[in-house]
Design a protein around this ligand. Structure first.
Ligand SMILES: Cc1cc2nc3c(=O)[nH]c(=O)nc-3n(C[C@H](O)[C@H](O)[C@H](O)COP(=O)(O)O)c2cc1C
Length: 372
């Protein structure tokens, strides 16, 4: 029996299996509002067979978007568009559940789209003033962010809460707070970017204060039937940065506050990106966090094959696997994994005739040497 395809309870949200479509920015929104591309994107992954689809980093305020094309959830127009897309996606998705990643890009905001170079916007590109815990630029050539004052911190916290309420009204099953990849909440956590000397900086306890306040307020604002997760960083991969011991403490605190899961990622606070592109590079960190905190754990990063994913779950290194580029490469990854692991997943009835059990072509395309 495949353990990858066993159901899992994320808080009160029932997942049909342990495969998660990782949040992936599409840079295709207009003032934060999702459009045709998002409809296509979410409907497609909705019927991919994955247990959970977590929609991309979504700015909780306009200045919290990475680029002019990033999704937002700060206006009625943003909320209405997402509600419409979720409604459509659910019609074809069978048992799949939908989450949304709420984010604030902090000092990495006001950037070009990746396919236009990804660097900071210039004066002619309608840039905006970025914010961060401290006025330390992301990298050479990036503008200095404004250090958030008490009012700014409160405003940002409220923006997370308001966006979470919008996500609930739009029909999502889960909210994931983005506290990784060098964005605002990670900037508070990491000593690389947080140089404050007030109660929001310095000790680990102080650096965790703002992200924990966000998670606690979001949890309190959402119905108990919705799951709340946090994407965290296992390590900054850099001397003097955030490390796995910190991540264990953070995850423990998140659990106390009622978070339902963490998704363990890493890197992104420094430039250029220093992440080892080896298979399952975050898995040992996820395993340690899961073991030492008892927190439901997703792991992301170079999880490629069904057997690798099955082994991660079976060996108890994580509860769920989260895949990004595999899904861009092959939106049918879950269907093929189910074939290989001898499990059954949802197909929309329109596509049922491609099931291996009824289509001999699948066996020719993907032969199993040890079975057929
Ligand atoms: C196109 C693209 C967009 C991404 N956008 C996000 C995002 O919105 N939020 C996030 O946390 N990670 C984002 N990531 C990172 C992925 O979620 C994932 O953590 C990373 O790609 C490693 O997983 P993989 O090896 O399965 O691709 C993005 C990755 C890609 C390829």
């Amino acid at each position: 029996m495949s353990e990858l395809f066993a159901s899992f309870k994320l808080g009160q949200v029932e997942l049909s299996n342990r495969v998660v479509v990782s949040p992936m920015c599409q840079y295709s929104a207009d003032d934060g509002v999702a459009g045709d591309w998002h409809m296509h994107h979410l409907v497609q992954y909705g019927y991919s067979g994955a247990g959970l689809i977590t929609l991309e980093a979504t700015g909780v305020e306009r200045r919290g978007r990475i680029t002019h094309g990033c999704l937002g959830l700060y206006s009625d127009a943003c909320e209405t568009a997402l509600a419409c897309i979720i409604r459509s996606s659910r019609r074809f998705a069978g048992p799949a559940r939908f989450g949304i990643q709420l984010a604030h890009a902090g000092r990495k905001a006001s950037a070009h789209l990746p396919w236009k170079g990804g660097g900071p916007l210039g004066p002619e590109d309608d840039p905006w003033q970025t914010v961060a815990p401290s006025a330390v630029p992301f990298a050479e050539g990036w503008p200095a962010p404004g250090a958030l004052n008490e009012d700014g911190i409160e405003r940002t916290l409220n923006a997370f809460v308001d966006a979470a309420k919008r996500a609930a009204r739009a029909g999502f099953d889960a909210v994931e707070i983005h506290a990784a990849h060098g964005y605002l909440l990670h900037e508070f956590l990491s000593p690389i970017s947080n140089r404050r000397t007030d109660s929001w900086g310095g000790s680990l306890e102080n650096r965790m204060r703002f992200p924990l306040a966000v998670v606690s307020s979001v949890r309190a604002a959402l119905p108990s039937g919705m799951a709340v997760g946090v994407r965290i960083t296992g390590t900054d991969w850099t001397e003097g940065g955030w490390g796995i011991d910190d991540a264990v403490v953070f995850a423990r605190e998140l659990k106390v506050l009622g978070a339902d899961y963490v998704c363990v990622s890493s890197g992104g606070i420094t430039h250029p990106l220093q992440v080892p592109q080896t298979q399952g590079y975050n898995v040992p960190m996820a395993a340690r966090i899961r073991k030492e905190t008892g927190m439901a754990t997703q792991v992301v990063g170079m999880i490629l094959t069904p057997s690798q994913a099955e082994e991660i779950i079976k060996s108890g290194q994580a509860d769920m696997v989260c895949l990004a580029r595999c899904f861009l490469d092959d939106p049918r990854w879950v269907w093929h994994a189910a074939e290989e692991l001898n499990a059954r997943v949802h197909y929309p009835p329109q596509y049922e005739r491609a099931r291996r059990s009824v289509w001999p072509g699948a066996g020719i395309l993907r032969p199993f040497k040890d079975r057929e």
